[in-house]
Every structure is written in C-alpha cells, then in structure tokens.
Ligand binder design. Sequence first.
Ligand code: AVJ
Length: 314
Amino acid sequence: MNSNFKKDINDGLSSPIKTLSSKYFYDTAGDALFVKIMNLPEYYLTKAEFDIFKNQTQNIIKSLNIEPDTFFELVELGAGDGTKTKELLKVLISENYNFKYLPVDISNNALDKLKANLNTELPTLKVSKKQGDYFDVLDSLKASNHPKVVLFLGSNIGNMEDEQAKLFISKLSNSLNISDNVLLGVDLIKSKDIVLPAYNDKSGVTKAFNLNLLNRINNELDADFNIDAFSHQPEYTEKEGIARSFIVSNKEQEVRIGALDKVFKFKKDEKIHTEISRKYNDTILNTILENSQLKKVTKLLDSKSYFADYILIK
Ligand code: AVJ
C-alpha cells in the first residue's frame, strides 16, 4: 500500500500535467473531513440520497428481485457510516425479509465502527463485515450462489473517468449471477450554481479535504509542502457535467519529498489535478452500461431531482 502511494505520488508529480489520485484523500484526517463534508449545507448529495432511502423505501424494495422467504445477501461496496442504508435495513427487517448485510470496505476501522453501531441500533440484523478489495470480495461470494443485491451509493462512481466506470461496471456484472441486482447512486447533471458550492463550501472544509493530500505526503513521505502556499480550486461546467478539483501553487516554489530524495518545482498558478466528480444523466449511464450485462429496472429521484438511485438487474 505505502509503496504504491510513494510510486503514484512520484509519477503524478513528475508528469507534465501534475495529478494526484483522489483515492489518497482518505487517511484518518481525510475520513473525518469527508464526514464533515456530508453534513455541509452546500453538499446536497448525501441529503438527496437519504431522501430517496427514507421516503421511497417501498419503491426500492418493490423494484428489487427479492422475496421475504428467499435468503439473499445485501452487499454494500464502500459502506461508510450506513446512515442511508439503515433506512432500507429497518424496513427489510420489519417486513421479515431473510437476508444478511455484508458491508465491504478497505478500512477495517470503518467496518468495525459500522458493525458496532448496527449491533446496537438493529440488534436482530445479521451482519458480516468483509474487509478487502471490492472484486476479491464479490468473487469470493459468487460461489455461494445466493441471490445478491449490491449497493454502490453516494455517487462514488463519480470519481471514475467514463472508461474506468465502464470497466468497473463490467467487472461488477461479471461477479454477479443472473437476476442479481445492483443499486447504483449517482449525482445528476445540473446547474453550476448548485454543483460548484458543493465543492467550494463557505466554511472551507472541502478546501481542507483537498489540501490534506499535501499533509499526507508531508507525514508519510517526509515532504515539506507549505500548505498555506497552495489553494483549492474547483471547476464545473454544466455542459460537460464533471466537477474537477485542483490544488494550485500560489507562487513559484520547490518542494522536497524526502522519501523520494527528490525536489519538485511548481510554477506560480500551476495546477495539480486531484479529483473528478462525474455527474450523470440517462444517456451517460446508458453508455456506461452498454457493454455489461446489467440492465436498468427503475430510476428513483429525490424530491428536488438532484440525485438518482438506479436499480439494475443482470
Ligand atoms: C465520495 C466521490 C462522492 O465526489 O462528491 C466530496 C467526494 N470530494 N467533496 C464527491 C468529495 C469533494 C465525493 N464522493
């Protein structure tokens, strides 16, 4: 893990167009900042998807290929704190569905917290945490042959370029059996005055989240980034439907990364690309699904039509 981090940082900062991967946002400080982001007034995504889970739980259940008497596995990729999922879990339990909840995450720490919380709040729920790579876990589950519902929420797919998203969906589809479901949550293309503030909040939490990448490189790779000499710069056009985040160098400067024994030069106003947050519509989703065996069953929207949960079937 750490050697990958080191190589990726070196490759990204050595390239003519500097980039750092958003997957490295999530150290302990980054996890805590993301929880703050989800609670920001400007960050509508979490609230919109919660609205769907809270107010359209029956529509979700109706669209899934499940019956109260047939055992199924409810798998969640990148489970987080489970706030949205709990709304679905509560109703499935009260309606006597026979299932087990399998949250999958890279972070064992996040899984332990979630399991402890579920054991208190929903004591009758069967939970089995799965630490590891999404596809390793899915492949290990394929053999059991139980019907599956896979949740991939929060517009987490938005961090992928379209080509990567296609590949991800094909691999996901390949690790499922016929008639299994996927519940895919995506943020929808909408105007700049709504999207941009979600990535540029007044209180500066998203700025701290983005710049925390530099802190992480300082801490883990013995670097000397001066965080105050860099700015946070999000960009979005409705035409393209992609929010991009950059770290911008406020001046010409040099940064030494001890673990690489190397100095990196930054020009004034030079950008480091750190994240894409792709927004969707039906056309884009169709392209992503095109070469997979997954087909759309239902599209559920929140009351403001900001966010969609698509239910897919193999
Ligand atoms: C977790 C990928 C859905 O892109 O909206 C939030 C991450 N980045 N604010 C997103 C994020 C900046 C988030 N996802």
